[in-house]
Design a protein around this ligand. Sequence first.
Ligand SMILES: *Cc1c(COP(=O)(O)O)cnc(C)c1O
Length: 352
Amino acid sequence: MTAAALRPVPANRTLDLRSDTVTQPTPAMREAMAKADVGDDVFGEDPSVLALEAKVAGIMGKEAALYVSSGTQSNLLGVLAHCQRGEEFLIGDCYHVFQYEAMGTAVLGSVAAYPLRTDARGGLEPQQVLDAIKPDDVHKPITRLLSLENTVAGRVQSQDRIDALADAAHSRGLQVHIDGARLMNAAVKQGLKAKDMAAKIDTVSLCLSKGLGAPVGSVLSGPADYIKRARRLRKMLGGGMRQAGILAAAGLHALEHHVDRMAEDHANARRLAQGLAEAGPLTVDVDDIDTNMLFIEPAAEDVEPLRAFLKEQGIVLGSPRPAKIRVVTHLDISSEDVDRIVAAVKAFYAKR
Ligand SMILES: *Cc1c(COP(=O)(O)O)cnc(C)c1O
């Protein structure tokens, strides 16, 4: 179903391109939430949470899964379920767990992150992993885990590489976690099943609140004993929620109705990039777009005037980090909206 078919849209509504987290629940999703059977999930008695956990475990091909409040909590539990105080995990230096999660693994778990330099598309090489594993030496922490990510800034990581990285880690006794906040975007893009993508991974984190369009929640999947440990840690962090089924129902609805449609977001991202590349003097790397993210770089002096002009037109653009602006397509951006955005950017450069 197209975005327009999922929700009647007023033509002049605000188009928010900052992230795919900004989506509003659709009317059908709200209905599923309103009708959800609920119970006390800390007692393990919420049928909607249990159904969501079983569904995601199945999608990922894992024994068990745990519904949590956010991707950050899911990754934190993933790392802490594997690593003890004084141990370390290897991670790409641009990955979310290393850059944007307030180093919770160190603060809350006394677990150190050891960053590895990623290539231009966010990838790592198996040899980097092997070289970074510490010897059994009193001067060193114990290397316990490799933490991967897919997609990385919208870029799909090659499955052969992911598998080779996991094999390298396992060959030396490490476990492997993947931050799959947008793993379903990568699955849709490649026509692969998530469980095949995660076959060599021990624990997988999936966000329901990004491209899938649920208002809240992530799910950590993995072996039953790790998920049991993560469940205790979730309670410790204050993340045990009671009638959470009302939220889980949104996630179930998203997994049933919003997966295949992400192909539309990917097509929109590509068409938006092509349109913007022709709309004025800004740099867009059209060929580097795999899923629902593009990065644009207007001339430095154009950035704030462009953002202000678009804001007046009801189009919200993020700020540059540091030079490039991330533009994200999602459930609330239709193909017609892409035309509206391109026309607005053209209008800005026409009067420049
Ligand atoms: C958004 C995101 C997270 C964290 O999710 P929150 O729900 O915002 O905590 C983790 N990893 C990646 C790659 C993300 O994009």
